[in-house]
Design a protein around this ligand. Sequence first.
Ligand SMILES: Nc1nc2c(ncn2[C@@H]2O[C@H](COP(=O)(O)OP(=O)(O)OP(=O)(O)O)[C@@H](O)[C@H]2O)c(=O)[nH]1
Ligand SMILES: [Mg+2]
Length: 443
Amino acid sequence: MSTVTSRLSRQQEKQLCFLLNCSRLSLLFKASVHGYTADAFHRRCDRQGPTVTVAYNNSYFIFGAYTSKDYAQTGQNIADDKAFVFSFNEREMKKKPLRVVSTEAQRSFVDANTGPNFVSLLFLHNNTATVYSNPGTYNFDPVEMHGNDLQLTEFEVYRVEGAGSLMEKPWRNIHWDFEKKKGLMDMITGWKHGMSSVKKARILLVGPVGVGKSSFFNSINSVFKGYVSNQANTGCAGTSLTTQFRAYSIKTGGGKFLPLTLCDTMGLEEGLNAGLDIDDFASILKGHVQDKYQFNPSMPLQTESPAFCKEPELKDKIHTVVYVIDTCKVKLLSDKMMEKLAAFRRKTNQLGIPQLVLLTKVDEACSAVASDLRSVYQSHYIYKMVQEVSVNLGVSLSAVIPVKNYSEELELDPKTDILLLNAVIQMLRTTESYFDDLYQEDD
Ligand SMILES: Nc1nc2c(ncn2[C@@H]2O[C@H](COP(=O)(O)OP(=O)(O)OP(=O)(O)O)[C@@H](O)[C@H]2O)c(=O)[nH]1
Ligand SMILES: [Mg+2]
């Protein structure tokens, strides 16, 4: 996984997103890593759609230029009525940023084989860590723009993921027809498989701290209760809020139980002896861990402990593992976390248990999705994150399911419910494949 990280702080990124009216910035190019050359810039930034260049100097200026058009080295002047140059100072983040548009309607930037050339600001000038500045086409005061400090300490280019960046057609089809919700609920309630000794699919939620594992259980529970319920403790803390193993049953409106147990665990942490331990994970998979077992990260569950179930049956074993990942943090997963997830995946594979990935917080990840959840499969950004997770975790694209959990709402929302219910159906189908495999082994 790439270790190239953005130089922008969270607050600076927010400031820039506000200025650009976008939901996210996705780092394409970082000169200190990729090189202060026009060639390196074009290799990563050509034909990327809307982008913003961000330059940094020793005088605490963060300045650059936005264009909604592609870089393509055509040698032409490009007209872009959305383009502008901007500046703010790291030491005066409360001050309104400077934003200047071109005075020449037909020339917002020159699309040549140089560094980004916004006529009045030419970045990576002569393939060096400098900017050439010549106000005019963009009429700014150089002191306000960059403090007359033209030596760059860093230079980055981001793709701008905005509210407008939706695909024409969704890449996965979902029926958003609200009448369907009842059908989906019935499908889950009536789910059966050929394994008569097991009544319920036992599904394990596992993933880093704060990604929404407990919230997913709460959300499914809410859909079937008919109101937003917060049975499991959720929230944000430095370490995992969930410290017990929980195997949750879910009641339907009619008082029966769903053929499904959602198992919630402590979150994964990067450090040794922190978060869910791989030995505890293996014990859960094999059905040795009892409900409400209190995890102890410095010592995994011992076989002689009373909480250790010595002779688990098939119904106690995990039938599907669901890795829960926060969509907003896909790019921020550290190498250590990726290694941990890979080790968990290996363990799960050894036991022949099928796996899915749940991408949560799609509402936080993309503003278009936040304003209408039905665009979840049209968001370029979400699609990119699905692809990235699929490659990085080594699961197929079809095994990655984006969802939005209930987090602060007081009322149910049919669109949220439909996406959640579809995720459960996917989990049940995956569990079915586990039982199918067992049957084949019995033959
Ligand atoms: N906007 C939004 N917030 C979410 C979503 N899912 C979870 N959250 C919020 O994220 C925070 C963490 O959620 P939890 O469900 O406690 O996460 P967890 O994975 O169980 O965390 P640990 O038990 O600490 O490992 C809470 O404040 C939730 O309200 C989501 O889909 N969208
Ligand atoms: Mg939790």
